[in-house]
Ligand binder design. Structure first.
Ligand code: ADP
Length: 466
């Protein structure tokens, strides 16, 4: 067979627009695929003009015609097609606008027009990601395009659903429209799930969890129905970005052999965040501050430890006001041991991974989670809720003493978190030798994209032979 061609469609690509893990995946996976022989390229919205214009296409939104401009750029050595036009994307934020549905409908339709109109490169696989490109699957099906579609769910909590008054924008036949309505609303996430040739989520555990009412966000029955075409493939992290040996952003580079240098990163981080340097464990958090992430409960649980000055805490994140306020209040109360930064800051994120001893990810649900993997790569021992990708990537001493690389707790409640924290602190304070084993196990674990890219390749091939 000639070289497999894959077009990966994503609303975010690190370096162009990133809000969370989706941006990291769209940046890293195509490159990893190319390194194993796949001609992978990316298509994404154009948040700012970059590259060279390769054409314009007409996109129909209801009765309106909107011109889409296609630019060709490159990211991480991968060709990147950018879709601009209509004033939809060059805005301050990536998401959170009244017309988000229309913006991504425009993008979804532009992808299909791009496939129809551009003959110089014909992909065999269209790899769609999250609700923003879910409707693309509907147009590929309704137009009978000769391409197989894979739809990856990165977060089922965001479905992009809107009321049916927007139906007139879709220009879809009734039989297909019926399939994408859920609870009387147009649901792009459902469109991706039911109309793609295969579906996957970003960890095996999450692929099972979303078939239950607890994690299904109302789509669990839909997912149970398609379970024969539902897979789980864990994300990787990009080792060219996340590597303490070569990281230009951290205070002092280190490796498994020079782990003691991590201590300097801790000192410098403490000073930058204006907290007292301490021999006690420093806990790091880098997170969107949304309900999903469970930071609100974690902050309650850690209060007692902060009061006793048993630990210190450095938190970087932005998001919902009530969580930001809670973080600010704790910082005001325990200012000598708590440093927070309410913003998005790539460089500081690197410094926190390098400078923290422990890293907390107390998510209510977590499809994959990258931060715990990055933390482990930097020898920061994760304390995580036993859910989704956190469950698949962290090993607790109670599961396997020799291979352990973090601590897990089951339910998201204050007592369970306190117990996990106490277990971690106990090892840190009383058994430094074992603590180092936990660190080294994490640093040596393979979270690279290579293995995951191979799994995607196997899935693409399976689709093409079906
Ligand atoms: P999600 O996609 O749900 O936000 P992930 O763990 O999959 O969570 O990915 C989060 C990514 O975003 C990581 O690369 C993390 O370092 C980064 N990140 C999150 N918040 C911030 C922030 N405030 N500043 C810098 N990077 C952040």
């Amino acid at each position: 067979m000639s070289r497999l061609k894959v077009l990966l469609a994503s609303s975010e690509v690190y370096g162009f627009a990133k809000v969370g893990g989706l941006g990291d995946v769209a940046y890293a996976l195509p490159k990893a695929l190319r390194s194993i022989g796949v001609d992978a390229r990316i298509i994404a919205p154009m948040h700012r003009k970059k590259g060279r214009k390769v054409g314009t296409i007409n996109v129909k939104l209801g009765k309106r015609d909107v011109q889409a401009e296609i630019y060709l750029s490159r990211v991480n050595s991968v060709p990147l097609y950018l879709v601009g036009g209509g004033g939809y994307f060059p805005r301050d934020r990536v998401y959170g606008y009244e017309d988000d549905f229309e913006r991504y409908l425009f993008f979804s339709k532009a992808i299909v027009e791009f496939l129809r109109r551009y003959n110089f490169w014909k992909p065999n696989i269209l790899h769609l990601n999250d609700w923003h490109t879910g409707l693309t699957a509907a147009y590929v099906k309704s137009e009978g395009l000769p391409i197989k579609t894979l739809f990856t769910i990165h977060n089922l909590g965001y479905q992009g659903d809107v009321d049916t008054s927007k139906l007139n924008l879709l220009n879809l036949k009734e039989d297909i429209t019926d399939l994408i309505i859920h609870n009387n609303r147009i649901n792009p996430m459902k469109a991706g799930i039911v109309l793609s040739d295969a579906v996957n989520t970003v960890s095996v555990k999450y692929s099972k969890e979303i078939q239950t009412s607890e994690f299904g966000f109302g789509l669990d029955s839909v997912l149970r129905e398609i379970k024969d075409k539902l897979y789980g493939i864990i994300n990787g992290i990009d080792y060219s970005v996340w590597n303490p040996i070569r990281d230009p952003y951290i205070y002092r580079k280190y490796s498994t052999k020079t782990l003691e240098r991590k201590e300097e990163n801790k000192k410098m981080l403490s000073s930058e965040m204006k907290i007292k340097p301490s021999d006690r464990p420093l806990i790091g958090i880098v997170s969107r501050l949304t309900h999903q992430k469970g930071i609100d409960v974690f902050l309650e649980a850690i209060e007692e430890f902060l009061e006793d000055r048993t630990v210190s805490l450095v938190l970087l994140g932005t998001g919902e006001g009530y969580i930001e306020n809670k973080a600010k209040a704790i910082c005001d109360e325990f200012s000598d041991v708590v440093g927070i930064s309410i913003k998005y800051d790539e460089v500081l994120a690197h410094k926190i991974y390098a400078g923290s001893d422990m890293f907390a990810v107390p998510s209510r649900y977590e499809p994959c989670g990258l931060t715990q993997m990055i933390a482990m790569r930097y020898g920061s021992v994760p304390i995580v809720r036993n859910t989704g990708g956190l469950s698949d990537t962290v090993i607790d001493p109670n599961e396997n003493k020799n291979c352990a690389r973090g601590f897990k707790f089951e339910s998201l409640d204050v007592e369970a978190i306190k117990k996990a924290l106490s277990r971690a602190i106990d090892v840190y304070e009383n058994d430094r030798e074992y603590w180092k084993i936990l660190q080294l196990n994490g640093m040596r674990a393979d979270f690279s994209w290579r293995g995951s890219a191979r799994k995607y390749l196997a899935l693409y091939k399976r689709l093409l032979s079906s």
